[in-house]
Write a new protein. Structure first.
Length: 162
């Protein structure tokens, strides 16, 4: 079973700054990540903004390959079948892979810019989520009152999916 994981990559620095590949199909294949990514999204999040926890139901489920382009985030993935939780702090230039059977969300620890590739197109009728502070999940976001969208304020509690 694939689980969320940080993706290491080479970073080449010089006096101008740095260069790094954020997507390389051959490298991902070598890591056992064989998803066909079809869409890339860009997010600009203010400090203390929390996005999630989101997922899409079958047949429109999405694996994600997320890269922090600027800033720092606290990234959280929740397995939609058993509720196992993976938490990573991701800084500028780092990436994470989230398989398609996980709900995903992140908190911007500072103003942050994020790009993420998805293995399926966004489908509003398949979009689902859990409330960010669900007691059953016991996620330590490190914040009591994040900035949330109206939709993210209304998600229900986590329920095991069959």
């Amino acid at each position: 079973m694939l689980i969320p994981r940080l993706i290491s990559r080479n970073i080449f620095e010089d006096p101008r700054g740095y260069f790094s590949e954020i997507f390389n199909k051959k490298y991902l294949d070598e890591l056992g990540i064989t998803d066909n990514f079809v869409q890339c999204n860009y997010v600009n999040s203010n400090k203390n903004s929390l996005r999630g926890l989101h997922y899409q139901e079958r047949p429109m489920q999405q694996a994600k390959l997320l890269t922090v382009l600027h800033g720092n985030i606290l990234d959280v993935s929740v397995h939609i079948r058993d509720g196992s939780v993976f938490v990573f702090r991701i800084k500028e230039g780092e990436s994470i892979y989230i398989p398609d059977n996980y709900a995903h969300g992140f908190l911007s620890l500072e103003d942050s810019k994020v790009a993420y590739f998805c293995s399926n197109f966004y489908s509003p009728e398949h979009a689902r989520g859990f409330i960010w502070n669900d007691e059953a999940l016991n996620i330590d976001w490190g914040i009591a009152d994040p900035i949330l969208s109206d939709r993210d304020k209304k998600w229900g509690r986590f329920e095991v999916k069959k």
